[in-house]
Design a binder for this molecule. Structure first.
Ligand code: NDP
Ligand code: 2IT
Length: 444
């Protein structure tokens, strides 16, 4: 395999799709060795078939705002690969959404879902709609219009969307209501549903909990744990909330959360009522984390990332490319020993290089945040069986899945000197599973 040539050709076909090309490069560089050892992959043109999505639906989403004005957004659903199961992946509603971002997310999802050990392919979708500042009525009308297009493409055995940035329980409710009406069926076509209508217990907490379970497995390899550690978290959304909750429960002190406006530094630790306040902040429909600082009388640092704060463990839970080289150097110089990605691709390639050269524990999102989609998979299982498991049962399964993912990373990523390259481990383990399925099933 000639990685550079493949990337140059891909870049020509998809000019300007920076995030997508970044995600493909990382995977191809990691799997080059194993690919070259398996000539059956080359004869089946696995790479050429894997880097292009099966299909992309692009559509307009017209809706009427509270002033009676017609608004038009762009909607997308990208079905990337379904070799090991129905397409599965979240929906992102954020003004920054474009084809490149959704293609990178859908591509990553293929390998993440393969790592969960559950039968799920990879997809992603979303819109440049900004839910911030919108009324419930506006969000509902937008979601209904979005579903009017996308419902033809999805189904419980075909493609199962869920939440991501800007899509939580409220949006899933409006989307599901419209799907149910159009398809005339009550099925597990979306995950992250409300508890009373098919949702799984622990799904809201799952990504953050899973992220901390994964970090804990990494720490264990060094004889360490969360107890007594200082943790920096970025973001203040669903993933950041779950991670803060579990890290605190395991005895750590979480000292930061952040938003697009800057970060909050709470030296006493974000715990108890303060974690509940994160839910209020997210539900407030504003774009800012500063109200936390005002409510609890702590420092707010406008326009800055939290990575300048000394910590033992960093859990980036906001968005892609939020840790650059300088942020990574700051973390290392301040003694950080473990970076475990809750968001998708929050570290730039230069930042990953800094972490790996310093030989600290570093886990990529596709392994370390797989707890969310894994628990979505458990929601699909419960829906298929038409029953629901207790919170303890779901949490135990989630915990075991994160341990298994960690183990797969160690097996496939251990270097000669004993250092575990979790990026390589995750990419190789996910790739082999999908590539073997594609070879077994022929050229389709
Ligand atoms: P939420 O919408 O709940 O929260 C997103 C958080 O990131 C908010 O604090 C948001 O602030 C912040 N944010 C978004 N864009 C930016 C930006 N450009 N700069 C700074 N901060 C930003 O989303 P989630 O918590 O669900 O998602 C967070 C990350 O985790 C994403 O990378 C997502 O892909 C990933 N993820 C989510 C999973 C899930 O199950 N929800 C599963 C696996 C990964 P604001 O809203 O004010 O912009
Ligand atoms: O990035 C992700 O894994 C998610 N947003 C969750 C996807 C899902 O289908 O639960």
């Amino acid at each position: 395999m000639n990685v550079e040539k493949i990337l140059i050709d891909l870049g020509k076909k998809h000019p300007g799709e920076v995030e997508y090309l970044q995600a493909v490069r990382e995977v191809l560089e990691s799997i080059e060795e194993v690919y070259n050892q398996n000539p059956q992959f080359e004869s089946a043109s696995i790479i050429e078939r894997l880097v292009e999505p099966d299909r992309i639906l692009t559509f307009k989403v017209p809706w009427v705002d509270d002033h009676g004005k017609v608004q038009v957004n762009l909607g997308y659903r990208i079905q990337f690969n379904n070799a090991i199961g129905p397409y599965k992946g979240g929906l992102r509603f954020h003004p920054s959404v474009n084809l490149s971002i959704l293609k990178f997310l859908a591509f990553e999802q293929i390998f993440k879902n393969a790592l969960t050990t559950l039968p799920m392919g990879g997809s992603k979708g979303g819109s440049n709609f900004n839910p911030k500042g919108k009324s419930d009525g506006e969000v509902m009308r937008f979601c209904q219009s979005f579903m009017l297009e996308v419902w033809k493409l999805i189904g419980p055995e075909t493609d199962v969307p869920a939440g991501d940035i800007g899509v939580g329980g409220r949006e899933i409710g409006f989307l599901y209501g419209m799907y149910r009406k159009l398809a005339r069926e009550n099925t597990g076509v979306l995950t992250g549903k409300g508890r009373g209508w098919g949702g799984s217990l622990v799904r809201p907490e799952a990504t953050g909990f899973g992220n901390v379970y994964f970090a804990n497995e990494m720490l264990k390899t060094k004889g360490e744990s969360f107890a007594g550690k200082t943790v920096c978290i970025s973001g203040f959304g669903n993933v950041a909330w779950g991670a803060a909750l579990k890290a605190t429960e395991l005895g750590a002190k979480v000292v930061t959360i952040s938003g697009p406006d800057g970060y909050v530094y709470d030296p006493d630790g974000i715990k108890g009522d303060k974690i509940d306040f994160m839910l209020e902040l997210r539900a407030s429909n504003n774009d800012v984390v500063q109200p936390y600082a005002l409510e609890f009388g702590v420092e707010f640092h406008p326009g800055k990332h939290p990575w300048e704060v000394p910590c033992d463990i960093a859990l980036p839970c906001a968005t892609q490319n939020e840790i650059d080289k300088q942020d990574a150097l700051n973390l290392i110089n301040n003694g950080c020993k473990c970076v475990c990605e809750g968001a998708n691709m929050p570290s730039t390639p230069e930042a990953v290089e800094v972490f790996q050269e310093a030989k600290i524990l570093f886990a990529p999102g596709k392994a370390a945040n797989a707890g969310g989609v894994a628990t979505s998979g458990l929601e699909m299982s419960q829906n298929a069986m038409k029953l629901s498991w207790s919170a303890e049962e779901v949490d135990a399964r989630l915990h075991q899945i994160m341990k298994d993912i960690h183990q797969q990373c160690v097996i496939n990523g251990k270097q000669a000197d004993g250092y575990v390259d979790y990026v390589k481990g995750a990419n190789v383990a996910g790739f082999i599973k999908v590539a073997n399925a594609m070879v077994d099933q022929g050229v389709i």
